[in-house]
Design a protein around this ligand. Structure first.
Ligand code: AMP
Ligand code: ZN
Ligand code: FE
Ligand code: FE
Length: 282
């Protein structure tokens, strides 16, 4: 069966592989196609698409944006037609909001007695979209915590002492902007919403009215029961089914492209359905 991965990050956000290297890596793993879905930026897509042409491997341009929702809602946007320029302005605004937040987190950590500077954080993000995983990496290197999870649990997660809310778009605005730019808006990793079937059913009904087109039913951290629930909801709401590992390279070393924690196999047919919905060439 031809397999794909529709959720990956590169060095232009909080992944550890350069876009070109990620494309080569995906091909070497025997995948048929990937989507690149960096947080709040399309900066990696040009390089990735050039590499994909050079080596003969299919790359779908994508993005991931955070919506204002408790505890956390991420919306993926896919551009199977290849044209993603329409989303650039929206993303530029979101990046500005991040730039306000990171120094506040670092200041708070300093107040808590942890010696860390924005320069060190920027070194980890090497000029890309900078966020909490980069701050976490500095904390690990300096020995303040042992792992990314510990950094979030102790300091960075919502409700922890160094958490600052980032100004975000509402779910409706995220969905509208992606649709307006010609993309397919998809609800990412629904399990992070921590909802049972009935609540999610109601939420999806609302999001579909706002223009949601798909749901990430296959995800590295799902149990098989959760995956079955999401597939059932996708069918009920006539949503496209997508799937991805949320590959971040060394930022999440337990997760590999395509396979996630070893449990994922995402069929190419899902991508065919996405292309058909957009009238893209198959
Ligand atoms: P930011 O964009 O700065 O809000 O950071 C979001 C990133 O942090 C996403 O890529 C998440 O995968 C990661 N993240 C969020 N919460 C956690 C957590 N509790 N443990 C590990 N990573 C997390
Ligand atoms: Zn990420
Ligand atoms: Fe996410
Ligand atoms: Fe992600």
């Amino acid at each position: 069966m031809d397999l794909i991965d529709l959720h990956t990050h590169t060095t232009v956000s909080d992944g550890s592989m350069l876009p070109e290297d990620l494309v080569k890596y995906a091909k070497s793993k025997g995948l048929k196609a990937i989507a690149i879905t960096d947080h709040d930026t399309t900066d990696g897509l040009n390089g990735a698409l050039e590499e994909s042409k050079r080596i003969g491997f299919e790359v779908i341009p994508g993005i991931e944006i955070s919506a204002d929702f408790n505890p956390e809602m991420h919306i993926l946007g896919y551009f199977p037609n290849g044209d993603y320029v329409g989303i650039a302005g929206t993303l530029a605004d979101l990046r500005l909001k991040r730039e306000e937040r990171n120094p506040r987190i670092v200041n708070k950590l300093n107040e808590l007695g942890l010696e860390i500077t924005m320069e060190e954080v920027f070194e980890k993000s090497s000029g890309g979209v900078t966020g909490r995983p980069h701050i976490a990496k500095v904390l690990i290197e300096k020995g303040y915590v042992q792992s990314l999870e510990e950094a979030f649990d102790k300091y960075l997660a919502c409700g922890r002492p160094a958490y600052f809310k980032k100004e975000k778009l509402t779910p409706r605005q995220c969905i509208r902007e992606i649709n307006a730019a010609g993309g397919l808006p998809v609800l990412a990793h629904p399990i992070y919403l921590r909802m049972e079937y009935e609540q999610l059913d109601i939420l999806l009904e609302e999001l579909v009215k706002k223009g949601l087109k798909g749901i990430e039913a296959y995800y590295a951290d799902n149990t098989s029961r959760q995956t079955r629930m999401l597939l059932k909801l996708a069918e009920k709401h006539s949503l496209l089914v997508t799937g991805g590992s949320d590959f971040h390279g060394s930022f999440k070393p337990d997760i590999d492209i395509g396979v996630g924690r070893g449990n994922l196999h995402i069929p190419y047919d899902l991508l065919v359905n996405m292309k058909m919905q957009k009238g893209a060439s198959l």
